[in-house]
Structures are given as structure tokens and as C-alpha cells.
Design a protein around this ligand. Structure first.
Ligand code: HEM
Length: 490
């Protein structure tokens, strides 16, 4: 009897709190099951479910997911979220689900990470173009190699992480250390291991919003589990070898010392670098941030592009002919000048289409920093969470042209924006002041890689059909269906 009364009271109190926590000015889609709310539909039938909500409630609507009200913002207002960075923060929202500050605890307040990336790497893309291509060629040769006999690869994403990591490691930790397989493995696997926390659905948030993140942080702080330690140890080991070697050589050779050009040397040239007291964990943590943002994103883009083309071999010849033409500018080592990237117009369009149809239905959560009124009059309160409803933008005929959900590789030929260009109808790199600063680096890498792949191989899916992405809730991942590679006959 008493148990029933207590349980009943808890239920009533919970429902009361849930009902009153929601801002009345935002349309909350009604739900039937308390506590669970819309979580089930969001996870199992996201595409159709959000479409239906959009039809019935308009461009901005709220759902009750994992114990919290979350607002979804469609095509008419997404750009407001990107543009108003004093009102919306992606970084803060990411912090709420990912314990980056605990994993990379030596960073402290490393607030200018984007500026450092721009100064040390992104401003030198032309200078680094030869190294990027040489590394990609070697890595492709090593990981895919001779396919006189057809070879099948059943996990493109895994393969791509190894290939994509090679030039990234080369530019970050240097030419010499990037030759070690364990370094490439660390670059390739760091993000997957660190982001393992994101793969666990936040079930604890049903009990109290934020509880899952709290428990993850405690687990890390107590040293009970930390999947990134092995990677950081490897980075520290190789950074140390290289730093000591460079310091010794510099002292020995004096003016005839040739300064290595890479991110590591840029760190060593910083004013506060003390050769007698080198902070190796800090240097490793700095590298980890950039590995985290660059390797997974670029590898996934490559895996999707290869799978999209393998699924549609009818476009292969046209792309091949373009690459043959572009390759006339290559030197005897198959290295292209930086300017050749602009000539890969069809390939660029293909990659943009592949990025457009990556398959994520919604994402890029942002925390509301202060009360905000959207241009349609709807208000979101401080601390609220909003998420971008990508599929609304990508499924719109006015924004995308006819058959917006079908893969049309030359859809962008008329307007011809580069695959890296941020526009209102293309959200792969976010938008506004925080739009991905590494997007030209990434697209250059993908283009150089695809250029060589198309010149060297024919590839197709094993089934001969268009392969669908793997889906988990609103997110999509490259399929692991086999792709068959064969050398092109010369
Ligand atoms: C195809 C590959 C990539 C994709 C799809 C991608 C996507 C994104 C997205 C969606 C954001 C959030 C933007 C926003 O808040 O509006 C972002 C941020 C960022 N990306 Fe990328 N990215 C890619 C590659 C890279 C690479 C290669 C680097 C570094 C070399 C990089 C560095 C960053 C940084 C530093 C930020 C944070 C910017 C800020 O908060 O101001 N990304 N990226």
C-alpha cells in the first residue's frame, strides 16, 4: 500500500517537473510514454519521425529525448544558430556529452586552438601539398597496393583511417616519426577510442539530465577506464625522440641545421618552449585535439566517397577522363601542382554530393547561451539544447534542385561551388564564424586521394548494388560491405 503511494507520488512529481521544465513558447510534440518521451521514435525511425514532426509543427519543434527537451531547427532557421555564436555554442554542447577536458587534461585553458591550427598548418596548405600527395601515394600503395588480381576490402572506413592518417601524421609529428606503424595506428584509432563514450546511449540521463556525462568524468578521473592513454603514451614517446634529436642536431650543426617543417617544430619554436623542461604531455594533448577533429571526419568522407562511386560505376569513366586530363600536369613522381586541385571540377562536385548525402538526419547540438528569439518569434531559453535538422535542408527541392534525396554527382556543376564552400544549402562544415576551419585541408586531401584511386583502380561494390549507410538513430556511418578493387588496364 505505502509502496504504491510512494511510487505514485514519484510519478506525479516527475510528470509535474517534466511538464513545467518545458518553455511554453516552444511547440513540444506530444508524447505518450512518460520518461521515454520521443526517445524510441528518434532512435528507431528518425528520418520519418522528424519529417512528420516538421509537417505538423513547423520549422522549429521540440522533442523529449533522454530526459530532456531538445529543440530541432529546420532549414528556415538553421543559419541563425550558426550565425549567432554569442547565443549558441556547439563547443559547450559537445563538452556536455564528451569529456575532452578530462581526456586531455594537460591542455588547461588552450583557448586559441583554432588560431594555432590556422597559423601552423592551414596557412601553409600550398607549401605542404607535395608532402601530402607523397604520403597519400605511399599509403595507398601500402594499404591497397597491386590489384592485378581483384582484392576485396570489407571495412572501407578502417582502411581510410590508415591512409588518411599518413599525411596528417607526417605534417603533425614529422616525416621521420610518421614512418612508424604504431604512430599511424594511434592517429587512425585515437578518435574512435576517445569517441567510444559518445557511442554509449546516455541512458543515465533518463534519471537526471547530465548524469551520464558526470559518471563518465568520474570514471576517467578515478583512472578506472581511459581508452586514450595508450595513444598518448605512444605520442609522448615519439615526440620526445624527435624533440631530443632536433635539439641535439640544432646545437651540433648551428647555422647549417635545416629546420624541419611540421607542426611539432612550430610548437618547439614557440616563445614559451623551454628545452630544459619540455612539457611532453602538453605537446601530445595539443596533437590529440587536431587528430580528433581531422582524422575521423576526413576518413569518413573518403569512405563515403569511395562507396558512393563504387555503388555507381556509371560515373567512373567521366571522372577517370577528368583525372587523366588533370594528371598531365603531374611531375615524374605523379605529384600535381597545388593549382591542379581547381581543375578537378567533376570530382569536386562528386565529393560535395557525397558529403551532402552523408546520411545524418540531425546533429551539431548547440547550447543556448542566453535567451534567444528566432526570427519567427519562437523563443529558446538559456541552457536549452538545440540541434540542426539537416535532412530538412537536404530534402528541399528549392534549396537542392529536383529529386533532392537522390544522388546526382553533377548536381552542383551549374553553380559550381567548391566542395569546401559553406552555403545555406550545404551544412557538412557547419556555418558562421565557427564553420570548420580545416575544410580546405580535408577536401584537398580527399581530392588528391580520389584522383589517384580513380587513375589506378576500377572499383565496385561486391553486390553490384547501391550500398546503404549503417544507421544509428539520427547518425549514419559508411557501410562495411565489401568493395572490390582491380588495377586499371593501361
Ligand atoms: C571532411 C572532413 C571534415 C568535416 C566534415 C568537418 C566538419 C566540421 C564541423 C561540422 C564542424 C563544426 C562547425 C560549426 O560549429 O559550425 C567542425 C569544426 C572544426 N573542425 Fe572540422 N571537419 C572536417 C575536417 C577537419 C580537419 C581536417 C580539421 C583540421 C585540420 C578540422 C578542424 C576543425 C576545427 C578546429 C573545428 C572547430 C572550429 C571552431 O569551433 O571554431 N576539421 N568541423
Amino acid at each position: 500500500m505505502y509502496q504504491t503511494i510512494i511510487l505514485g507520488s514519484i510519478l506525479v512529481a516527475t510528470l509535474y517537473v517534466l511538464k513545467h521544465r518545458h518553455d511554453p513558447k516552444l511547440p513540444l510534440v506530444p508524447y505518450k510514454i512518460p520518461i521515454i518521451g520521443h526517445t524510441y521514435s528518434y532512435l528507431t525511425n528518425c528520418e520519418e519521425f522528424l519529417k512528420q514532426c516538421r509537417r505538423e509543427y513547423g520549422d522549429i519543434f521540440s522533442l523529449y529525448i533522454y530526459g530532456q527537451v531538445k529543440t530541432f531547427v529546420g532549414k528556415e532557421h538553421s543559419h541563425e544558430v550558426f550565425a549567432k555564436d554569442d547565443n549558441f555554442s556547439f563547443g559547450l554542447a559537445f563538452n556536455k556529452v564528451f569529456p575532452g577536458d578530462v581526456l586531455l587534461s594537460h591542455l588547461g585553458e588552450f583557448k586559441n586552438s583554432t588560431k594555432v591550427l590556422k597559423d601552423y598548418i592551414l596557412s601553409k596548405l600550398k607549401f605542404y601539398t607535395k608532402r601530402m600527395q607523397t604520403s597519400l601515394l605511399l599509403a595507398t600503395q601500402k594499404r591497397i597496393g597491386n590489384c592485378d588480381e581483384p582484392k576485396a576490402f570489407n571495412n572501407l572506413y578502417h582502411l581510410m583511417t590508415r591512409i588518411i592518417s599518413t599525411p596528417i601524421a607526417n605534417l603533425f609529428i614529422g616525416e621521420e616519426e610518421s614512418k612508424y606503424e604504431e604512430v599511424i595506428t594511434t592517429f587512425a584509432e585515437f578518435t574512435r577510442d576517445a569517441a567510444g563514450f559518445l557511442a554509449i546511449p546516455p541512458f543515465l540521463d533518463f534519471i537526471y539530465p547530465g548524469l551520464q556525462n558526470y559518471v563518465t568524468r568520474i570514471t576517467l578521473r578515478l583512472g578506472l577506464y581511459n581508452p586514450t592513454i595508450k595513444h598518448k603514451d605512444i605520442l609522448i614517446k615519439h615526440i620526445k625522440t624527435q624533440v631530443l634529436k632536433r635539439l641535439q642536431e640544432k646545437e651540433k650543426l648551428g647555422d647549417s641545421w635545416e629546420r624541419p617543417a611540421d607542426f611539432l617544430q612550430d610548437l618547439m619554436d614557440e616563445e614559451n618552449f623551454d628545452p630544459n623542461n619540455v612539457n611532453y604531455p602538453l605537446m601530445a594533448d595539443k596533437m590529440c585535439i587536431y587528430i580528433f577533429v581531422s582524422v575521423h571526419t576526413t576518413s569518413r568522407t573518403c569512405a563515403n566517397a569511395v562507396m558512393d562511386l563504387a555503388s555507381r560505376p556509371e560515373y567512373m569513366q567521366e571522372l577517370y577522363e577528368e583525372q587523366l586530363e588533370v594528371h598531365k600536369d603531374a611531375d615524374e613522381n605523379d605529384i600535381l601542382p597545388f593549382e591542379a586541385l581547381d581543375k578537378m571540377k567533376k570530382l569536386d562536385c562528386f565529393i560535395r554530393e557525397s558529403l551532402r548525402l552523408t546520411g545524418n538526419i540531425s546533429g551539431l547540438p548547440h547550447v543556448v547561451l542566453k535567451d534567444y528569439t528566432f526570427s519567427n518569434g519562437l523563443q529558446v531559453p538559456k541552457d536549452h539544447s538545440v540541434e540542426i535538422y539537416f535532412d530538412d535542408t537536404y530534402g528541399d527541392e528549392l534549396l537542392q534542385g529536383s529529386n533532392p534525396k537522390s544522388f546526382d554527382p553533377f548536381r552542383h556543376m551549374k553553380t559550381n561551388p567548391s566542395a569546401a564552400k559553406v552555403t545555406k544549402n550545404f551544412l557538412a562544415f557547419g556555418g558562421g564564424k565557427h564553420a570548420c576551419p580545416g575544410r580546405y585541408f580535408a577536401i584537398n586531401e580527399v581530392k588528391f586521394f580520389m584522383h589517384n584511386l580513380i587513375l589506378k583502380y576500377n572499383f565496385r561494390t561486391e553486390s553490384g548494388k547501391i550500398v546503404k549507410k549503417k544507421r544509428f538513430g539520427p547518425m549514419a556511418f559508411p557501410s562495411s560491405e565489401k568493395v572490390i578493387f582491380e588495377n586499371r588496364s593501361k
